[in-house]
Design a protein around this ligand. Structure first.
Ligand code: 5GP
Length: 302
């Protein structure tokens, strides 16, 4: 006759344990939201029975500014299903997840908020800037290959083509006179002089693609980014940063496409550009091209 009483007690204990576990999981999510707990710390405890049951989706959407769409892109970039429980995530996957998250760095003011995000969804002009040699072209090439929904602006320049570059693909290589004409006729969205040459973004194609509903990526330097900020407050300004200064120097010197004095000049400009990264909406650290591209797509998804 005592058995039903024992069962009741066991059931009650089980119910209380479940409530406690749910409360603890809610606390973890609240701490992630507040920034007092990091994903790395949560992952370290992923064999703990409470943390084990958390799903990746719950973790990602608890992070500041990560909604359902961005969580999906982040999960895709890491190759982990969104509904996977943390306890089932392997070491390599955990590493990749942290690398993708780390590439979305907070801005220098210390806020994880992304400025200039008036339109979280819908077509957007994305300005990809950053010092020469940081890997902007590689990130653009990766985005071009993997995200056909984007459209890439082709700039005009007065510098001559490097070997392997094609007119109309990498740039439109034009004369000083032609550049002057485009500038005078207000056919450039922005323009700048860099390393003794002129560069500019043709306005017409960018405006028609945005009107068609496609997001546009334009890879430009700092002065141009500032002009875009002035003409399109809805543009997303992304600063691609090197992991360290030494990495940037090595990449620029190793590229071997410029003469010694040009490399020195570009490094001097790079210092100025790095000092201006606080003007951008977000800083993405280019540890590796795939993660940087995934981070940009996640930002675009809002
Ligand atoms: P590069 O000569 O190495 O191709 O480019 C030199 C710099 O000019 C890079 O920082 C590149 O992002 C920038 N750039 C390329 N196209 C444009 C453009 O249309 N406008 C501006 N402002 N900068 C550009």
């Amino acid at each position: 006759m005592t058995r039903p009483a024992l069962d009741d007690a066991a059931r009650e204990r089980g119910r209380q344990n479940a409530v406690q576990a749910r409360t603890q999981r809610a606390q973890i999510k609240a701490k992630l939201r507040a920034g007092s707990l990091t994903v790395a710390q949560v992952l370290q405890r992923r064999q703990d029975p409470i943390v084990h049951r958390l799903r990746l989706r719950e973790v990602l959407t608890s992070l500041p500014r990560v909604g359902a769409a961005r969580a999906e892109l982040l999960a895709e970039a890491c190759g982990i299903e969104l509904e996977r429980r943390l306890g089932q995530i392997g070491d390599m996957q955990a590493k990749r997840l942290l690398a993708v998250l780390a590439s979305i760095a907070p801005d220098p003011a210390g806020s994880h908020e992304i400025r200039g995000t008036r339109s979280a969804s819908g077509p957007r002009l994305v300005v990809l800037s950053g010092p020469s040699g940081v890997g902007k072209s590689s990130v653009v090439a990766y985005l071009r290959e993997h995200y056909p929904q984007l459209w890439f602006s082709v700039s005009v320049t007065t510098r001559s083509a490097r070997s392997g570059e094609h007119d109309g693909v990498d740039y439109f290589f034009i004369s000083e006179d032609e550049f002057e004409r485009l500038r005078e006729e207000s056919e450039l969205l922005e323009w700048a002089t860099f390393s003794g040459h002129s560069y500019g973004t043709p306005a017409g194609p960018v405006q028609s693609r945005l009107a068609e509903g496609r997001s546009v990526i334009c890879e430009i330097e700092l002065q141009g980014a500032r002009q875009i900020r002035a003409v399109d407050p809805n543009a997303l300004l992304v600063f691609l940063a090197p992991p360290t200064w030494e990495v940037l120097v090595a990449r620029l010197q190793g590229r071997g496409t410029e003469a010694h004095h040009v490399v020195a000049e570009r490094l001097a400009t790079a210092r100025e550009e790095l000092a201006a990264q606080g003007e951008f909406d977000v800083i993405v650290v280019n540890e590796n091209v795939a993660d940087a591209a995934a981070a940009i797509m996640a930002l675009l998804a809002g």
